[in-house]
Write a protein that binds this ligand. Structure first.
Ligand code: NAP
Length: 355
């Protein structure tokens, strides 16, 4: 019977192994949508946006093979009741249509109606998900068309899809919605900002946010190894330089970046703010080495190791504040859309990449 159970606003009722825990922590979730709880919204799922670190890990494991990645995704979801990559610990988010809204969930999402097309703003690592079919895996954009169903809890977040942007662009932007708005908060007028992985989705949004935040007196530099992605970042004119370097090679990257940085950055022994948006492990030492004493490092990357960051900073006596890239900050989805709306060149680049 519909709505016969209350459930829990954090989704604890869906944790199968172990029970009575938050769904993000659980090894397995119950993704049986025949069960209805009042603290739930049920979605018909159309597209998954796989987190970049997770997609990179899967293609490293099975090769650049869309069928192989599709099979890996189907296997993880069947095994765990959610797309929670066991190696990277990351997930992604999804696009779908609202199929059913419990009474308690309706209080959290008062404007939501059955039939609305929405993107989830909470991770797939905590979203009960079942898939009947993986239809198309687009390796280049990390978007995967599927047939399936999912649950969002009262404590979660959903965003309506804006009508002035293609859906695949909105989905891509929402996936990294926490990045740009938090750089807007962290960077100050006149400061120096370094972005590792500047040619990627979050890297470009962070470069835009940093450019706006530091203003004419500030400086933004990017690091990107892949020539096409570096050239694309350069073409937007947001960075004073885009350095072609491998951010997992701390010594070489430090030299290459300082060689083209302002004298004030060299004198300060690093940047006021370093943002890591790389989708591979091992960029922490570079970020820390290039951050000035008492500067800030913002680790947006899911491939960040807390232990490596803490031990490298301690090991070289670097007194820096390290910020974990919370996927959520107030109004992040709207702020990210606004960033894109006010940057026509970036928008054009994203449309070419994701649409
Ligand atoms: P993306 O579009 O794939 O961008 C990653 C960028 O890093 C690419 O330009 C990539 O270059 C570059 N890169 C790879 N290896 C590098 C290296 N050795 N040195 C320098 N740059 C390198 O990924 P995204 O969607 O922006 O996501 C970036 C990171 O944020 C990922 O780890 C993702 O999992 C994470 N993320 C975090 C949150 C959160 O809530 N904190 C949310 C979503 C995503 P190539 O062109 O060579 O690949």
């Amino acid at each position: 019977m519909l709505g016969d159970r209350l459930g829990n606003r954090f989704g604890i009722h869906r944790a199968l192994v172990p029970q009575n825990t938050l769904p993000q922590i659980a090894e397995k979730l119950d993704a049986d949508l025949a069960k209805h709880y009042e603290h739930e919204v049920h979605l018909v799922v159309e597209t998954l946006n796989v987190d970049s670190a997770s997609m990179h890990q899967m293609t490293t494991e099975v090769g650049e093979d869309s069928a192989g990645v599709g099979a890996r995704i189907a296997h993880i979801v069947a095994d765990r009741g959610k797309l929670h990559n066991p190696v990277t610990g990351s997930g992604g988010m999804l696009l779908g249509r609202v199929d059913w809204i419990g009474d308690e969930a309706q209080k959290s999402f008062p404007k939501l109606a059955t039939g609305d097309r929405v993107a989830t703003l909470v991770s797939l690592t905590l979203t009960p998900l079942s898939l009947s079919r993986v239809a198309e895996v687009r390796l280049a954009t990390h978007q995967v068309d599927v047939e399936g169903s999912a649950v969002v809890f009262s404590s979660g977040m959903l965003a309506p899809l804006p009508d002035d942007m293609p859906e695949s662009l909105s989905l891509a932007a929402f996936d990294v919605a926490g990045a740009g708005p938090q750089v807007l908060r962290l960077a100050r007028p006149g400061q120096s900002v370094l972005i590792l992985g500047v040619g990627g989705k979050s890297g470009l949004l962070c470069a835009l946010a940093a450019r706006w935040a530091v203003g004419a007196g500030g400086t933004v530099i990017g690091v990107e190894p892949q020539p096409d992605a570096a050239a694309a970042a350069e073409s937007l004119g947001l960075c004073a330089s885009v350095v072609r370097a491998d951010a997992t090679d701390a010594i070489a990257t430090r030299e290459a970046v300082l060689a083209c940085a302002r004298q004030s950055v060299v004198d300060a022994d690093g940047f006021d703010l370093v943002v890591s948006c790389v989708n591979v492990a091992g960029a922490e030492p570079t970020a820390i080495l290039l951050c000035r004493p008492r500067g800030k490092v913002y680790f947006f990357s899911m491939a960040t190791s807390f232990a490596r960051a803490a031990l490298v900073a301690e090991g070289i006596s670097r007194d820096v504040d390290m910020v974990i890239g919370n996927g959520y900050c107030a109004d992040h989805a709207q702020t990210t859309l606004e960033l894109i709306r006010h940057a026509p060149d970036l928008r054009k680049l994203f449309e070419a990449r994701f649409c």
